[in-house]
Design a protein around this ligand. Structure first.
Ligand SMILES: Cc1ncc(C[n+]2csc(CCOP(=O)(O)OP(=O)(O)O)c2C)c(N)n1
Ligand code: SF4
Ligand SMILES: [Mg+2]
Length: 351
């Protein structure tokens, strides 16, 4: 059996959000992942974020590649659109869907094997093209589904469960996303839902390429001493540069902050990010500064988490290509075939 359906009956007293859905309406099938897998905690954070954002499930499209991580869209948002692509190819399929219908909210789910090895090129290009999406990379440093080989994000010198030492340099997906021009970049930990949920909400509200690398321990193959992606290692070396409070545009801020305690960033859709700085020198609007900071702290073995970079006024792929406002799938024959007269005029302009 590849999946387990959940009973559809809901208790009538379950609270509903403003669009009439209970939290359970954002769930999916019963997870078949190993008990304790970090990926299940990320699914729970996504369920909570979408419920709290009061997004109607049919307005979401979730796409993934191949891996334990890429299986997870089956376990949340069971009433949303979904497409499980082949290994490493989620970004191009998502780009095509986004071009055809920009009115959906696009969520890409991938793993470190899926994104940093076979899909590395696709990952880089979807970031630099500014596709309006939230890209969640569930990073455990191994190919979990195929039984624990080192992935390209495994740190040099880290040890496999059987004691083999990884000699290759790691791909730092956060630094790569920054280099490629992603306009929202964060890192979090599956064991820290207080940090992860607001980051997911802010990323969904972001109108450009938003990337969140979530360290997500694999309890079956990469949770031992010597691993730098284990629960213990990440808890001991987690350096959160800030804590985020997310306020959708329609809500007034209802928490008092002491002077100088927090900075505000207003995103293009009007949503407000309140960043409580835990490292006062860190500026999440300075892209080059962020890259230097992450590299310097990685060299010390620290895992820098939080909102690492945001550009509040991003341009997405549709703006780059100057596409029409209407989703392509809603264009009628008259718009798609404007007639020979217009074609001749166009051709004449090119002669
Ligand atoms: C073209 C192709 N090559 C190789 C595989 C075998 N394969 C399946 S999942 C996977 C790696 C998954 O690793 P990751 O993306 O990190 O997901 P995880 O299971 O760790 O969550 C590989 C190599 C495949 N399915 N397709
Ligand atoms: S093998 Fe690892 S990644 Fe896959 S479900 Fe089990 S714990 Fe999670
Ligand atoms: Mg993996």
């Amino acid at each position: 059996m590849t999946y387990l359906a959940k009973p559809k009956l809901h208790h009538p007293s379950l609270p509903k959000n403003k669009v009439g859905y209970t939290r359970r309406d954002y769930e999916g099938k019963v997870s078949t992942l190993c008990a304790g897998c970090g990926h299940d905690s990320i699914s729970a954070a996504l369920i909570q974020a979408f419920w709290e954002l009061e997004i109607e499930p049919h307005k979401v499209a979730k796409l993934s590649g191949i891996g334990c991580s890429s299986k997870t869209p089956d376990y949340f948002l069971g009433n949303s659109h979904g497409f499980n692509t082949v290994h490493g190819r989620m970004p191009s399929v998502l780009t095509g869907a986004n071009l055809a219908n920009r009115d959906l909210i696009y969520l890409g789910v991938s793993g470190d094997g899926d994104s940093a090895s076979i899909g590395l090129g696709q990952f880089a290009h979807v970031m630099r093209r500014g596709v309006n999406m939230t890209y969640i990379l569930e990073n455990n440093g191994v190919y979990g589904l195929t039984k624990g080989q080192f992935s390209a994000t495994a740190d040099q010198g880290s040890k496999s469960k059987r004691g083999a030492v990884n000699s290759d340099s790691p791909v730092d997906t956060v630094s790569l996303a920054l280099l490629m021009g992603a306009t929202f970049v964060a890192r979090s930990f599956s064991g820290d839902k207080m940090q992860l949920i607001p980051l997911v909400k802010a990323a969904i509200a972001h109108q450009g390429a938003a990337f969140i690398d979530v360290i997500s321990p694999c309890v079956a193959f990469n949770n031992h001493p010597g691993s730098t992606k284990s629960y213990d290692y990440v808890r001991e070396h987690n350096e959160a540069v800030n804590r985020l409070d997310f306020w959708p545009s329609r809500e007034a801020i209802s928490v008092d902050y002491r002077d100088g305690e927090a900075v505000s960033v207003q995103q293009h859709d009007g949503s407000i990010l309140r960043l409580r700085k835990t490292h006062p020198e860190y500026d999440p609007t300075d892209r080059i500064g962020a890259m230097n900071y992450i590299a310097a702290h990685a060299a010390k073995g620290e895992v820098v988490t939080g909102l690492l970079y945001v550009r509040p006024d991003p341009e997405d792929l549709h703006a780059h290509l100057n596409t029409v406002n209407l989703p392509f799938n809603s264009l009628g024959e008259s718009e798609l075939c404007p007639g020979t007269g217009l074609l001749e005029k166009l051709n004449a302009g090119l002669r």
